[in-house]
Write a protein that binds this ligand. Structure first.
Ligand code: BG6
Length: 606
């Protein structure tokens, strides 16, 4: 997810561009850049630092009143000055900024290179700048129409042409793009956060629409050039709530973004019903050389790894160990070149995980990392990386980071099972079908929000909460319990349900809230007896299972149901009610949800 801004009007463009990019930095900040038209030439300034770094003596002097800007969240190509936007065409006649993914950029790039165009970056975006030049015969509408016709995928574009000193062009398809309308200037941005300080009158561009914006007129057409009706809306959001998409906290916004984040992570990795990793670092021969999988991570990343253990052992029949990175690195681990180490990290900067990777590599192990930040330290230190494409995660307590880590774990398991022949063709097809459905199922699971919110307000003063489960349910209970502790400060413990009777059940007394996760169907009856066990000691039970069950409704006072999915993918839907439970308990307590006390989004120190 990146941030785009554009300006055409009576004032200097640079002030809106930089001010707008600063408001959009939460959308992506691994690099940024601006282009302003001055005397029919583009002045471009880029940085791999923060947006404020764009404020230089040179940019301060830019008086041009037409410009575009961009904050990048890298998906194709590492975050560096060559890959930072805006991208210029061959003769620097066009400047382009882009948010989204051009799925057919490689074939377009090959075509353009064959025609003599030279590429400076690794990005998909640069093909757009060259296509505009290729099709431009002094008719900008024709050039834009032909270019857009060639693009497949998601894109929000800001385009400038040095022949048109007062025309800003905007194109939208799947990625968000909004026009701000005012007497003094017309602007574009990825979301209203950047527009609100300038104007509260906006036009929401629709998919496949193209806008030709000059300071006193806006022409909107469809991709065939047919004029489209548009209406100006008045917005009443302030900047703060706009950044949160209207939610009270980034955490709730990111919980709700999970279906899309999972879809972004999965969709380009399934082709013709098979899992496909582009330029993957592991081939079949190397895969077959591994006799053990070692997973490492911290916090929620570690919890995703616990899910990974169950999934890999079930699907790949390879012994899989999962360790907390800070424990692994000092344990003199028994690993070697026959061990595949999988390091999981949202930020890609967690010091303990980075150090553990080095320990694994010292012992000859091949390290594959699952990371959300392109070009991060952990991605660079690993032998190979599979990115989650969750977009920037602002809330300290991870939600979409964790769920997209699970999605990559499932993708890798299906990819490997096919090559290791540990699953039949039917089993693989069924798993891929369920993977494709996962975003919809997670969206379905989010429907429990109202029930959860009511339940949460009843338990905001609980002294402690137990989460119990078996197998994958135990793995989810670890993450459910951590969520509650992190943001509501209520003590909580996750326990393997079968282990309760060996000690911890002594803590269960009247009105103790015990959350019983019963998503693993084959262990449902076992969980039912654990529910009876704790109820007999006075516990209040909050159950979660796949189907309405008379038995469980007799025993548990609170019941939440999750959609049925592949038995190995349960964690993705089962965590949803407990992310929401933690959120609403913390909200009822008035906690600082996005920035909980004592916590950091990424702990880059040991
Ligand atoms: C903690 C975060 O500091 O680090 C957790 O608060 C996170 O949310 C953990 O799970 C690991 O971070 P990362 O970036 O390596 O996944």
């Amino acid at each position: 997810m990146c941030g785009i801004v554009g300006f055409v009007g009576n004032d200097r463009a640079i002030d809106f561009l930089i001010g707008g990019l600063e408001k959009l930095e939460y959308r992506g900040y691994d690099s940024a850049g601006i282009a302003v038209l001055n005397n029919n030439k583009f002045t471009v300034n880029k940085t791999t630092k923060r947006v404020a770094d764009l404020k230089t003596k040179e940019t301060e002097k830019l008086i041009g009143n037409l410009g575009i800007g961009h904050t990048r969240w890298a998906t194709h190509g590492k975050p560096d000055l060559l890959n930072a936007h805006p991208h210029l065409s061959e003769t620097q006649k066009f400047a382009v900024v882009h948010n989204g993914i051009i799925e057919n950029y490689q074939s377009l790039k090959q075509e353009l290179v064959a025609e003599g165009y030279t590429f400076k970056s690794e990005t998909d975006t640069e093909v757009i700048a060259h296509l505009l030049e290729k099709y431009y015969k002094n008719d900008i509408k024709e050039a834009v129409k032909k270019t857009v016709d060639r693009l497949k995928g998601s894109y929000a574009l800001g385009i400038l042409c040095s022949d048109l000193p007062d025309c800003l062009i905007a194109v939208k398809n799947f990625s968000p793009l909004i026009i701000g309308v005012s007497e003094n200037a017309n602007v574009i941005a990825s979301d209203i956060t950047a527009i609100v300080p300038t104007t509260k009158k906006v036009i929401y561009l629709e998919d496949e629409q193209i806008a030709f914006i000059i300071s006193h007129e806006i022409i909107i057409t469809d991709k065939m050039g047919k004029p489209c009706k548009s209406e100006v809306s008045q917005i009443d959001w302030n900047v703060e709530s706009a950044q949160k998409g209207g939610y009270d906290h980034f955490m709730l916004k990111e919980i709700m973004e999970q279906p899309n984040a999972i879809e972004q992570t999965i969709k380009n990795r399934i082709k013709q019903n098979e899992v496909y990793f582009e330029d993957f670092c592991i081939d079949e021969e190397k895969l077959k050389s591994f006799e053990k999988i070692q997973i490492i991570g911290c916090g929620s990343a570690y919890h995703a790894g616990v899910v990974g253990k169950y999934v890999f052992e079930e699907m790949l029949r390879i012994p899989t160990q999962v360790d907390i990175a800070s424990e692994f690195r000092y344990s003199n681990p028994v690993i070697n070149e026959k061990t595949l180490t999988i390091a999981i990290s949202q930020s890609g900067e967690t010091a303990d995980t980075l150090a553990a990777i080095k320990e694994a590599q010292k012992r000859g192990s091949f390290v594959l990392s699952i990371v959300n930040v392109v070009g991060s330290s952990i991605a660079k230190a690993s032998n190979g990386v599979l990115y989650t494409w969750a977009g920037p995660e602002i809330s300290v307590a991870t939600t979409k980071g964790y769920s997209t880590q699970l999605a990559v774990i499932y993708l890798f398991a299906v990819w490997a099972a096919k090559r290791l022949k540990t699953a039949t063709k039917e089993e693989l097809n069924a798993a891929v079908e369920e993977l494709i459905k996962l975003p919809k199922l997670v969206k379905e699971a989010l429907k429990c929000e109202k029930t959860i919110k009511e339940t949460a307000s009843k338990y905001k003063d609980a002294a402690s909460v137990f989460y119990i489960g078996r197998n994958l349910d135990y793995a989810v209970s670890l993450e459910a319990s951590l969520k509650l502790k992190e943001i509501s400060y209520i003590h909580s413990e996750a326990y393997a349900a079968g282990e309760l009777k060996h000690g911890t059940i002594s803590l269960v007394q009247d009105n103790q809230l015990v959350v019983a996760l019963c998503g693993v169907e084959r262990l449902f009856e076992k969980m039912l007896s654990n529910i009876k066990e704790v109820k007999a000691r006075g516990a209040v039970v909050f159950s979660c299972s796949e189907k309405a069950n008379k038995q469980i409704e007799r025993e548990a006072m609170i019941n939440v149901y999750i959609p049925k999915t592949h038995n190995l993918f349960t964690a993705s839907v089962e965590i949803i009610p407990f992310q929401l439970f933690a959120y609403y308990v913390a909200a009822a307590k008035g906690c600082d949800i996005d920035k909980p006390r004592n916590l950091a989004k990424s702990v880059t120190v040991e």
